[in-house]
Design a protein around this ligand. Sequence first.
Ligand code: FDA
Length: 500
Amino acid sequence: PAPPVAAKEDFLGCLVKEIPPRLLYAKSSPAFPTVLGQTIRNSRWSSPDNVKPLYIITPTNASHIQSAVLCGRRNGVRIRVRSGGHDYEGLSYRSIQPENFAVVDLNLMRAVCVDDKAGTAWVDSGAQLGELYYAINKASKVLAFPAGVCPTIGVGGNLAGGGFGMLLRKFGIAAENVIDVKLVDANGKLLDKSSMSADHFWAVRGGGGESFGIVVSWQVKLQPVPPTVTVFKIPKTVTEGAIDIVNKWQVVAPQLPADLMIRVIAQGPKATFEALYLGTCKTLMPLMQSKLPELAMNASHCNEMSWIESVPFIHLDHKDSLEDDLLNRNNNFKPFAKYKSDYVYEPFPKTVWEQIFNTWLLKPGAGIMILDPYGAAISATPEGATPFPHRKGVLFNIQYVNYWFAPAAGAAPLSWSKDMYNYMEPYVSKNPRQAYANYRDIDLGRNEVVDDISTYTSGKVWGQKYFKNNFQRLAITKGKVDPTDYFRNEQSIPPLIQKY
Ligand code: FDA
């Protein structure tokens, strides 16, 4: 139910006492649509039928965030937090059901401070990953950070939900490389690792955004990379043997040395093998010839470069200036999109690859499949060490990506996405069918709110898919740090209150 108008006015009245008015945007303000729209990445969530926030607050320091939480609590206005706005279902800035909420948009808080001697950095949540990578490289050519592939992703959401990219086999997920945080909790208190409970610190590193407070900044452990790495992209069509090579890749790629990551982008009748190797072409070639000779990789495929250059090379397929590729926050690629994900533990029979390449990827509305091999570091960490549970035995992760560019063109891609997901069921993880929290998929389920609290039973439906047995510990932690469920969205962790 809508709060009385007076309550809304009180919220704004409360905010203006603590936060400069130039950092506040009411729905009626002329700049509101621009500020709201600037980091919407999925155009499906731009249309007028989405439930929008009443206010947007763009803090420039932690005390503004504390004030926003305290004013929100006093006046019955919830807060959703947005860092990079890449949430696949747009839950950082829209609500699916009618709700009065404000968005704390961290766009203006994006400092990165690297201590190359200690091998650590503090990064604000509103920085994009490209800004973090760039700042690390400015300080040291032999340090890196293992987070997502796309440079415009927000640090806040990516680290909160796990975060992986081409370094996942060497260094695991971003969240397990977080060593401290500064966070505003549901009481408006500013906490760090030493002042929050061990469970709270565990939960913010991979338990998904929104649920456990607003992370202002993260201290991360940087990881060593050699001055020269090697990248290749080798496309193979079905007529060039793509099916046989992918069939072999699925068992070989998870067993390779940790220094080598070979992912596959499957699109139409073609598989592109994209690799990052933490070493030179000279040592990569014999490795490829012994492990996956079918790919016929040779010196002409090698692109030797620094790790920082490999980021845009993998993502964008080209090399502009690093500044353009990594620091540009105005990416205009804003398609309509639907994403789903799966985890695979048993190699697919070859007939499944045949079906995928000869039938599914050729259908009207067909999407792209991104196949990320696991093994090595990401699989070595115990399932309970962080909330991210997709570890031992995972061969690869699948992301199904569907894009379209006209509002009315969604029917075929949306039905492909659903049908493809149904087709894959027998061949992927079961009980639960696992999914990656950062590839948010609302079809997996959403919370029911009873007596103003999201219920544990409704959360369990989607939550065990993202977090397996870690879901219960996340819910108990939520019950301790935010028992009244102030920070919530349709897939936030519900509070499980334990009665002793
Ligand atoms: P956004 O701001 O939308 O937030 C996402 C969620 O986190 C929301 O629930 C939000 O409320 C919450 N949140 C945001 N900031 C927070 C904060 N400071 N404190 C607490 N909660 C916060 N993933 C990956 O691991 N590897 C990859 O390579 C890619 N590639 C990729 C490419 C593209 C084009 C997109 C659109 C997405 C990806 N992703 C990805 C998925 C991405 O990691 C995921 O969408 C992240 O949650 C996005 O983080 P943002 O801060 O940008 O999102």
